[in-house]
Design a protein around this ligand. Structure first.
Ligand SMILES: [Fe+2]
Length: 435
């Protein structure tokens, strides 16, 4: 009996989808389980990776004391760069080699978790740096085998990096964001403690939640797995395999939770229920996009983040110019969903409904605007920037943004429509401002 999906199988298309389940523990206080988990994975000397902003928090203190109480030897690397680069990935790798660790634990946001994946990979299977980097920028060489155990402990409710086999970084010589994508670098375990959200500034919670929102919408509206060409061998089926019944489950629930709790979690840092639910939504969306893949809003976000000039949002340290990941994604999303809805209006209407819009009188032709308008409504309610102009760009920047994103084929080819230079230009122009 066939597993019926909304998209019918096509000649040459993949007839199966894979479920790479994430091995996670979720609950308040579960960071205290770090030592027990490390021991159960056979780790005797562990590399603890974090960044300077997180190093002094109780989260790292809790993890360190748990590891020491379990008799696990600790080597601390607190110099992870936020928005990592090839140079900072190499620094993490060098630390791992010199420290002689046999396992890793990351405590931080996506930058920390991604850096730990890379340090684990290159210290276990040394290679020229570009070997494992996604083609066409790198060689896209397959990771030759398993790497060391890695326990991921996210301290924000956004990236979902603890559930994926993706590590994103800036390649300095090309001034381009790119990444490494392999099932082999997915963390072996994740300890997801929603108590970490208690002290996050409102703007950080909002940006993270919009990253989650877009993970879920992109995975749900991605090109279905059955339209991707079947892999030459089953082991070559990519993590970005397209929308599938397993990922759909997480997308729907993540969007429903964001519709219910986003505004509460942003407006009141003491609303523990809302912040914990946003953390669970981040986990569900992470599992979903780890098995389906994102598409255009994330592909477009790389140049939005990489070409930043002088945008300095509240809530981020140092006052240095940065377009935080969630903002660099969500400024594109309404424009993209307005444009992609015609091929699968029902899925876009599902998204709008899950996010809290009343779609009872909306027909298929209005599905794109309905979803885009609901996302924009949530952006306005939580003080997100007003599209690309809100983070410092003008119409004159569109050509440069297009050039920066065109190489992101892994993401762009996962979109439900074909995306070339002309389409990408239309999408950026539509994202300049929303209100
Ligand atoms: Fe993301």
């Amino acid at each position: 009996m066939l597993c019926e999906y909304y998209d019918v199988a096509r000649p040459g298309g993949d007839e199966a989808f894979s479920v790479d389940a994430s091995n996670i523990t979720f609950g308040p206080g579960c960071l205290r389980e770090a030592g027990d988990v490390a021991k159960s994975l056979g780790i005797t000397r562990i590399g603890v990776f974090t960044d300077r902003g997180v190093a002094g928090t109780e989260h790292v203190a809790t993890v360190l004391s748990s590891l020491r109480a379990s008799g696990v030897d600790v080597a601390l690397f607190a110099d992870v760069r936020v928005e990592p680069t090839d140079e900072s990935f190499k620094a993490g790798t060098q630390f791992a080699v010199e420290a002689g660790v046999d396992g890793f634990i990351s405590v931080g946001g996506g930058s920390v978790i991604d850096t730990t994946k890379a340090a684990n990979l290159y210290s276990t299977h040394p290679a020229d740096f570009l070997a494992y980097v996604n083609a066409p920028i790198g060689a896209g060489t397959a990771v030759p085998g398993p790497i060391k155990p890695h326990i991921a402990c996210p301290t924000t409710s956004g990236t979902g990096s603890e559930c994926t086999g993706i590590a994103v970084f800036d390649l300095l010589e090309m001034k381009a964001k790119t990444g490494i994508a392999s099932k082999m670098i997915r963390p072996s375990r994740a300890l997801i403690d929603p108590n970490v959200t208690a002290t996050l500034p409102a703007n950080v919670v909002a940006a993270s939640a919009f990253d989650v929102l877009s993970h879920a919408l992109e995975s749900y509206t991605a090109r279905p797995y059955s339209r991707r060409t079947a892999p030459g061998a089953p082991s070559q089926r990519p993590s970005s395999q397209g929308a599938n019944p397993w990922s759909d489950l997480g997308c729907g629930e993540a969007l429903r939770l964001i519709g219910l709790f986003l505004e509460r979690g942003v407006s009141d840092m003491n609303d523990t229920e809302a912040r914990h639910q946003l953390m669970w939504a981040a986990t569900l969306a992470g599992i979903a996009f780890g098995n389906a893949g994102c598409h255009a809003p994330h592909g477009m976000s790389y140049s939005v983040a990489g070409m930043v000039r002088d945008y300095c949002p509240d809530g981020w340290p140092d006052g240095a110019p940065i377009v935080p990941h969630g903002m660099s994604v969500i400024v594109n999303s309404p424009s993209v969903f307005r444009h992609t809805a015609h091929g699968q209006p029902e899925r876009h209407l599902d998204g709008a409904r899950w996010l809290g819009a009343d779609v009872s009188d909306i027909g298929p032709a209005e599905a794109g605007p309905a979803l885009a308008d609901r996302v924009v409504e949530l952006m306005q309610a939580t003080n997100m920037p007003n599209g690309l102009t809100g983070v410092g760009y003008t119409a004159a920047d569109v050509a440069g943004l297009v050039d920066g994103s065109l190489p992101q084929r892994r993401l762009l080819d996962n979109a439900p429509i074909d995306i070339d230079r002309e389409v990408l230009t239309t999408l950026y122009e539509g994202a300049l401002s929303y209100w």
